[in-house]
Design a protein around this ligand. Sequence first.
Ligand code: F6R
Length: 609
Amino acid sequence: MCGIVAYVGNKPCQQLLLEGLKRLEYRGYDSAGIAVLEKGKLRVCKSIGRVQNLEDKLEENGGLSGNLGMAHTRWATHGGVTDINAHPHIDDKVGIALIHNGIIENYASLKTYLEEKGHTFKSQTDTEVLAMLIGELYEGDLERAVQAALREVTGAYSIAVICEKEPNVLVVARKGSPLIVGIGNGEYFVASDASAIVSHTATAFTLDDYNVVKITPEGFHTSTIHNVPVTPRIEQLEIELQEIELGGYQHFMRKEIYEQPKALRNCLRGRIDVKEGRVILGGLAGLAKELTKLRRVVLTAQGTALHAAMIGEYLLEDLAKLPAVAEYASEFRYRNPIIEDGTAVIAVSQSGETADTLAALREAKERGALSLGVVNAVGSSIPRETDAGVYLRVGPEIGVASTKAFVGQVCVLTLITLFLGRRRFMSTEHCSELLKALDSLPEKIEQVLTQDEAIRKVTEKYCDRENWLFLGRGYNYPTALEGALKLKEISYIHAEGMPAAEMKHGPIALISEGMPAVFIANRGRQYDKVMSNIQEVRARGGHVIAVATEGDHEIKRYAEDVLYVPDIAEPLSPMLTVVPLQLMAYHAAVIRGHDVDKPRNLAKSVTVE
Ligand code: F6R
């Protein structure tokens, strides 16, 4: 969603800020803006559309010079996509500029108050209200004015503020929306996402909620909104620059699909002992007692992460014999959920910042659940709020359509299942056997990737069709949902995923001559049933594309096209069967001429409800 970059130091900052914005483009946005203090005067430029439009506009106007500034990418919430609604927003009376990620929930009452005080608003945004409020409360100290304003605010925010009256000062603050301060040599870099600053420094600290930081080239001061001093924890960022660069690939999505074998190797490293049938999860080590007492698991997430959570539900019940349920976080949090003794909630999230998932986690904690996180982004909000958790370790995911995080999530949920299973009913031998299979997965994904061109050809045959079905059973029902979601989000083709048996209960009416129906039809407990469902589609003129197990020649009699994956134990199969579906979605988007990494209307991290 929105992105923040800010700089204070000794360098001209315009280019540096624009480069930072470009690193945040993947998060999704619809306008961009920049403010620089140039010889003590605020200079602002904004533009709808891409960061490139902003860059062109700056060039036409001679650019901005100055060593203190900030820039923003906006994903519209309050007010349409216009130059005026783009950030920064200005308080003219004092000369304050502000950029903001999040939502000020009580902006309407604050606006009325400020209008009564004589302020007039140019935009329809909640952010302009905050800029004016800081201006209204300014009494010669920007840090104090920001603290005072934030004490009046409800909602979520990360902000950066500069002021003409204090030309060396940058003030930033956070509640519920991430913000990081990178420390250089006599210079500081602020961003809502580490990827915008790693090319400058690896030394950084993350703000906690309600923290305010006043930064000058000479140093910084961290406090709470109540002006209580805070000592931040300075850390070294683990992101490598190459992880956030295209490195020869045309799109991040494709790069990340291809990174999946490596991502899984990293995810598994040091965590499995195949011979002993043991899973070692440092993140859960301190909870041995609570975990043995577990009676029920609620997995909660949104989107792709929910599909991984659904596979987790199957894994936990099937292998660890633990009652489990996967739920949309957005539904779970509002439906008065019952949390009995011995319940653990697992929040599954790539970003660790998804607003609904975070809120569901808080709700479950409040009701007494043990809280666990399965998260990729280290140090993000979810792992900061859970009792314990396991990181995916798949590296930063830049592509908006989640791919390697999905296999990482399923892999970690498998590890957690085996970890718990061994403490319950699972034998060493059974665990050993599954760990061996898990260990072979990266290589098997590599084999699927070698069929990329064949997958592209099959996709090409059908990608002019506007309606697709994705069908699977058991462990691969969530895979079908994931295949449909991938196709929808980047190629804008209407696709529905469902359990193959559900088709007969209504959706079968949709099947018409030539409609593509993708069946996940690998060998497993329900193989014969899937074959029957395939025939039902064929009988009505649908074109079947089957994802099948290598060596299954029989299936060619029923499916127009077959994409093969290597054989693997059924509970692990979604991590293989999803790969052809990811590639199909990718090729469909490219063939249809869409910008795969910047799909319309989508944001990488959904930090609003
Ligand atoms: C789809 C996709 C989204 C996310 C969802 C949750 O490709 O990326 O559906 O999975 O927004 O995001 P995280 O995992 O960051 O909580």
